[in-house]
Design a protein around this ligand. Sequence first.
Ligand code: PEP
Ligand code: MN
Length: 338
Amino acid sequence: MNKLIIAGPCSAESRAQVLLAARAVKAAGAEIFRAGAWKPRTHPGGFQGIGEEALDWLAEAQETVGIEAATEVASAAHVRLCLEKGIRTLWIGARTTTNPFLVQEIADALKGEYARVLVKNPVNPDVDLWMGAAERFAASGVNDIILVHRGFSNDLEGRYRNDPKWHVILKVRERMPDLPLICDPSHIAGKRELVREIAQRAMDLGLDGLMIECHPNPEEALSDAAQQLTPSQLEKLLSGLVIRVPDSDDAAYRDRLEMLRSQIDSLDADIIDSLARRMEISRLIGALKRENGISIVQPARWGRVMQDAFERAEASGLDQDLVNRIFSLIHEASVKQQ
Ligand code: PEP
Ligand code: MN
């Protein structure tokens, strides 16, 4: 499989757990072993990680198991300790990526050092903040930078712990085409039963790899117990992944694809024509309201428009969120016209 696979427990908990997990993920096909030495916890009082001592266990795993080890760093002091112990694959957690001061401090600590840096997305869907963090490492001379998609915080109780917002990821791909982009389905899913579907989706979208949490005994894990896989679940997930090829020259496939694409092109043209006509009418309504001294925004009318759109969307099996986003943009543009 031509994908970068990183796996290991959320946290390094004991020497035995680290060595057992490192062996297990290597056997399941992982190339890099992950385990957090310092854990950023939302609430105080939770398990904050073992800290420095865990780095010795990671270094031992590199030596005796023969797998590269990675851990999270959130300060220059963390970086120095890791480099001292020979841990050179470091990830920047989602909470740290939001803070350019910290990112800069970490990047400065890496100047002149060989390191591989995995930059997780910030908790909020801010592509520039994410890109900016990667740029700070590049400017420090780090030339092995990998982006990690771990989903975005969400105030709504959704299916997943963190909203994958795949459209944001496609935008990142477009803006940073040269940086490898992998997915952390564990922190998106939040529950082990949902890790596989996210991992497969990431592969279907052509992402370059996966970082998956795997613990020898997930039920007993000191952090993120609900989302970690057992080694055998990890092995099953990895061996069951369907990896698509980027393209094919098969004539039947090509013909059918061209046919479907020409239908899409013609529908896209219809959408643009309809939008232009809609804006024209919007301008006429604007003029009419102006002549009659009527205010531009009429919430009750807009509520009915959205309601109709939702009902139509539902009847056609369309995603409500998609319709909501498109219509909100149309409304915004319409108001501007008036
Ligand atoms: C982690 O990888 O264990 C972690 C804390 O991740 P994130 O920064 O994505 O929440
Ligand atoms: Mn975790």
